[in-house]
Design a protein around this ligand. Structure first.
Ligand SMILES: NC(=O)c1ccc[n+]([C@@H]2O[C@H](COP(=O)([O-])OP(=O)(O)OC[C@H]3O[C@@H](n4cnc5c(N)ncnc54)[C@H](OP(=O)(O)O)[C@@H]3O)[C@@H](O)[C@H]2O)c1
Length: 341
């Protein structure tokens, strides 16, 4: 067999303002061989998360930044193609933070086996970071009650779409805010939400007043900025705001000013709480089991936007998250499985 090559993307330059392909450098090197207790993983699918934009910056956060010259960090699923770990035989499928490359070495514990009856991409989509964030954020911080009104921003995305449907499953009225008619139609027709607002063509405040006449009891925010302000204007007594993300400001050179109407939270005795998924890591199995059950029962719809073209397309695929081109969880098909027997 010819020696394997490993094409990879390194972080070359820290972004200032809008991230671009120029922040990364492409490299072609020999694939490594696994050492003791290690496996070599051939990456099949790579997942993209807006949080990667934050990992590229050198500032204190919940995980260290990606170092300049390192392979860009990213969750992936792949196939074990060489193994020195008896628990992960050649041919088995695994998930882990394998990075933007074609092959990765995983140490023991760094590659999690994927159950035979699970779709290959689910551990990095609906059962991965985004699905679990939606699950724990909505249930543990939002705590929607039957009959309450729940609003989700970024609602057609990987996290928002699951969060909004979990609110609906709990018996709440779920309203999604997303960009464009196609995404809003999906929210109403497929995700079965009670309403959808196209923030790109509609007056968000006016539509919220119309769809939420008794105010908003839970807001799951992925976007921040003017949408958060419009929701705070209409927040209900003892409401909960789950601060999951603020993608509208991720590529701004200066942090955008906060909402000007925070005093409304005082008047309404409302709570706003930040969410970081890693706090719920010990409960991953519970979240995965419940999401899987809802998927199998047909209660939860999800979609994956799988780009093709191999690892060359990693930066271009990542940028789709910030233009809103992605329809659901943004993935990239990196390679095909090897024949192992
Ligand atoms: N706290 C945590 O632990 C945690 C974990 C996972 C994700 N998150 C956060 O959850 C949010 C969604 O992440 P995701 O992975 O599920 O991505 P996603 O929603 O699948 O994709 C990003 C979406 O954001 C929207 N967007 C992009 N730029 C925007 C802007 N300037 N203003 C308004 N909307 C914009 C686009 O949808 P439209 O077409 O609708 O604009 C785009 O499709 C992000 O804020 C992310 O940081 C947090």
């Amino acid at each position: 067999m010819t020696a394997r090559r490993n094409r990879q993307w390194l972080l070359a330059k820290r972004p200032v303002g809008m991230v671009s392909a120029a922040n990364f450098e492409f490299r072609d090197v020999p694939a490594p061989m696994p050492g003791a207790d290690e496996v070599l993983v051939k990456i099949l699918y790579l997942a993209f998360d807006p949080a990667m934009r934050g990992w590229m910056e050198d500032r204190p956060s919940y995980i260290p930044p990606v170092a300049l010259g390192d392979v860009m960090r990213g969750a992936a699923v792949g196939q074990v193609v060489a193994s020195n770990d008896a628990s992960l035989p050649v041919g088995s499928h695994v998930s882990g933070f394998f990075g933007w490359q074609e092959y990765a070495i995983a140490k023991r514990g760094g590659a999690l086996p994927i159950a035979e009856d699970t779709e290959l991409t689910w551990p990095i989509s609906v059962l991965g970071i985004t699905g679990l964030t939606a699950y724990f954020g909505m249930l543990e911080i939002g705590k929607p009650q039957p009959g309450e009104t729940v609003v989700v921003s970024g609602a057609a995305g990987a996290t928002g779409s699951i969060a909004a449907q979990i609110a609906r499953i709990q018996g709440a009225r779920a309203i999604g805010i997303a960009g464009g008619a196609e995404k809003c139609a999906w929210l109403r027709d497929v995700a079965k939400l009670d309403g959808a607002i196209d923030y790109k063509s509609e007056d968000v405040g006016a539509r919220l007043s119309e769809l939420c006449p008794k105010g908003i009891d839970v807001f799951f925010d992925n976007v921040a900025g003017p949408i958060l302000e419009a929701v705070i204007d209409r927040i209900a007594l003892r409401a909960r705001i789950v601060l999951c993300g603020g993608i509208s400001g991720y590529n701004e050179k200066e942090p955008p000013p906060g909402p000007r109407n925070l005093m409304n939270l005082v008047r309404q005795r409302a709570r706003m709480e930040g969410l970081i998924l890693t706090d719920f890591a010990p409960r991953r199995a519970e979240g995965t089991a419940q999401l899987t059950a809802w998927l199998r029962e047909g209660k939860l719809a999800h979609r994956e936007d799988i780009q093709v073209g191999g690892i060359e397309n990693a930066p271009r695929t990542f940028l789709r998250l910030f233009s809103g081109e992605n329809l659901g969880k943004q993935l990239l098909r990196v390679g095909a499985p090897e024949e192992t027997r």
